[in-house]
Design a protein around this ligand. Structure first.
Ligand code: AMP
Ligand code: MG
Length: 387
């Protein structure tokens, strides 16, 4: 059943993201564009949709076959839990067994947004959504199209990223079409995702909050929010643990709660990702050239994801080179732009048959923590942070 080829309909919902249209026009367009995919979602079909982080592949949590289909379409291991997406704050409480004050504050301040809260699940959340865990990850996306879609569907929607398992997540509808054409009935196109990496997964199910996966919301903004509301935890140094929990470098292994799924190879293009290392730009470039000269990579296409200034300098030191394929995310170093473009860049370089892909690094702080996490996973490192 799940392997039958489907006639994929791509719905252009980009006009709904534009600010210029009037409320009447928006309401009319919402109904015209989103009624069909919302009804399909509610009735147990799998639908791909945009969010502010990456594109998602959603199913009504009450339709076990649809949830199973997500796993089969993606080739996703069954022990990797799905995040449940809701369109309103009111829809969160029925999904959880308890709703501590810390969750109340974070929902109020940071949702909708790129934040997933892990809480003890209620009986209405099925086993196949949480991979049998007694907790559930919940998120309310901050994207006008998705919120309307979720409100119209009026059901909680389990959704991982809308890519084939292990590959870079999609940040454009074109990426979803590339991976899932013929496998889903609807792909809703809401234009480019603003953030470009997945949500921050924050565990509130036991003890002080800890980041299981760094993402669009930084550790310091979570901490600031808790401090503003005078939220305290009995454990010593809980603030420091929270701040370091997303980076994977500073918290001892035994202190890190398990984040199922992070053990798998993730975000990886076909080409081999090489993290560019060095104390400054010149050293980074020297290291790239050294690698190129010492290995036989010059006989193949190879790629670089970096800022234009950096790429220009590499090219200046490789006169006449034609096998180098470039993806520049912007004119100068800029962590937000690099994060926004990372997955699109890896996909582009794959499509151009780059056998090796050199990628610029950023300091492991702020949004850089999420960027470096994805980069490490893309390079095949599954050791940090989890199992
Ligand atoms: P994705 O693989 O992009 O769908 O992201 C979902 C990730 O969120 C999973 O791989 C888990 O690491 C994490 N996650 C979801 N639900 C839970 C949960 N109940 N407990 C812990 N981590 C979770
Ligand atoms: Mg994913």
């Amino acid at each position: 059943m799940t392997n039958r080829i489907k006639k994929t309909q791509v719905i252009n919902a980009k006009p709904l993201v534009e600010h210029k249209i009037s409320k009447e026009e928006r309401d009319q367009l919402t109904e015209t564009l989103l009624t069909a995919p919302a009804t399909a979602l509610a009735n147990g079909e799998v639908v791909a949709f945009p969010t502010e982080t990456v594109y998602g592949l959603g199913a009504n949590i009450n339709c076990p076959e649809a949830v199973d289909e997500i796993f089969s379409i993606k080739g996703r291991p069954n022990d990797n839990p799905l995040i449940v997406h809701v369109g309103t704050k009111e829809a969160i409480k029925p999904l959880v067994q308890s709703f501590p004050e810390v969750a109340e504050v974070l929902v109020e301040e940071l949702m909708p947004g790129p934040l997933t809260l892990v809480l003890p699940r209620s009986d209405i959340v099925p086993d196949n959504v949480t991979a049998g865990l007694d907790t559930v990850g919940i998120r309310m996306p901050n994207h006008p199209v998705t919120r309307q879609l979720l409100i119209l569907a009026d059901v909680p929607v389990a959704a991982p990223s809308a890519n084939l398992s292990g590959k870079p997540s999609p940040t454009l509808a074109e990426h979803v079409v590339h991976d899932l054409q013929g496998k889903v009935n609807f792909i809703v196109d809401g234009g480019p995702c603003q953030v470009g990496v997945e949500s921050t997964v924050l565990d509130l199910s036991s003890g002080p909050p800890l980041i299981l996966r760094p993402g669009g919301v930084t550790a310091s903004s979570i901490l600031r929010c808790l401090e503003n509301h005078h939220i305290q935890f009995p454990q010593r140094d809980w603030q420091i643990r929270l701040l370091h929990s997303g980076s994977g470098y500073s918290v001892a292994d035994h202190e890190v709660p398990k984040s199922p799924g992070m053990k798998y190879r993730h975000y990886a293009p076909d080409g081999i990702v090489k993290i560019i290392e060095g104390n400054d730009r010149s050293e980074c470039i020297t290291n790239i050239l050294k690698f190129i000269n010492e290995s036989n990579i010059k006989d193949n296409f190879y790629g670089i994801f970096a800022n234009q200034e950096f790429i220009d300098e590499v090219k200046a030191r490789l006169p006449g080179e034609t096998n180098l394929i470039q993806y520049s995310y912007g004119p100068v170093p800029d962590i937000r732009k690099a994060t926004h473009e990372l997955f699109a860049g890896l996909r582009f370089l794959d499509e151009h048959s780059a056998k090796w892909i050199f990628v610029e690094t950023f300091p492991d702080q702020g949004i850089g923590t999420a960027y470096m996490n994805r980069l490490l996973k893309a390079s095949g490192d599954t050791s940090n942070r989890t199992e």
